[in-house]
Ligand binder design. Structure first.
Ligand SMILES: [Fe+2]
Ligand SMILES: [Fe+2]
Length: 240
């Protein structure tokens, strides 16, 4: 597949073919929506209910970082003349990605969300490394560093729950069962024609299937290392 290797600055954007303009706008809009989608699920419920004051501080800090990631994606959209600040007030049911329509009733859910869904977020952002859209480069390193922090905090919290006894372990397993399948679905259809166009235009690096396979290879051993059971992948829908 021939790949586009130029670097596009905002001033070049209007001269690009419509397909490029549409794909870049779509990619950044979905990412902005995902970044703000997390805080919309957990801030009200968990900021002042997390188990300790340190955890409450960490939830607030994670939310602040996600809001900042959203702010950066909206800035990148602004540079190409798109104002999508409407996503800030979008109802949860209208989020771009199913994961952000879910509820998070237990602390184990918050932890599993960090371990598994922020991990998918890391994969999505990883696609943008060496993007043909130059301004992304300025923001990615810090965002990726912060995502890794969210993921490891989620893992630590699950580990604590597992160690706390049968009730904690049961909650941790239930949360892994729920969010693992949601996470696998986030990679999208295996035979997505759009993904090939993203790759050709230098806006993504991997197909949905490749990314999902690498994700499974990375998280399955982590779930086992927690002493938990890897959920049944066949419950996933989009890639069957
Ligand atoms: Fe984020
Ligand atoms: Fe995150």
């Amino acid at each position: 597949m021939a790949q586009f290797t130029d670097k596009i600055e905002p001033k070049d954007f209007p001269k690009m073919p419509k397909e490029y303009q549409d794909l870049l706008t779509r990619l950044l809009t979905i990412q902005a929506d995902c970044e703000i989608g997390g805080p919309h699920i957990y801030v009200d419920h968990w900021t002042l209910r997390a188990p300790t004051v340190d955890d409450q501080w960490r939830v607030a800090r994670i939310a602040a970082e996600e809001i900042d990631h959203c702010r950066k994606m909206l800035r990148l959209l602004g540079l190409i003349g798109s104002d999508r600040s409407d996503i800030l007030t979008r109802p949860r049911s209208k989020r771009e990605v199913e994961a952000f329509k879910e509820d998070m009733p237990t602390w184990a859910d918050f932890a599993a969300f960090g371990m598994l869904i922020d991990k998918v977020g890391e994969y999505q952002l990883d696609e943008m490394i060496s993007s043909s859209y130059q301004p992304i480069e300025d923001y990615l390193p810090q965002i990726l560093r912060e995502e890794k922090g969210h993921i490891s905090y989620g893992q630590q919290q699950l580990e604590k729950l597992v160690r706390s006894g049968d009730e904690g372990r049961t909650q941790a397993q239930a949360a892994i069962d729920k969010w693992y399948v949601v996470g696998l679905d986030m990679f999208g259809q295996s035979n997505s024609a759009r993904t090939e166009r993203y790759i050709e235009w230098g806006l993504k690096r991997r197909t949905n299937e490749e990314a999902r396979r690498q994700y499974i290879a990375e998280v399955d051993p982590q779930i086992e290392a927690l002493g938990l059971v890897i959920p049944n992948k066949l419950q996933g829908r989009k890639y069957l």
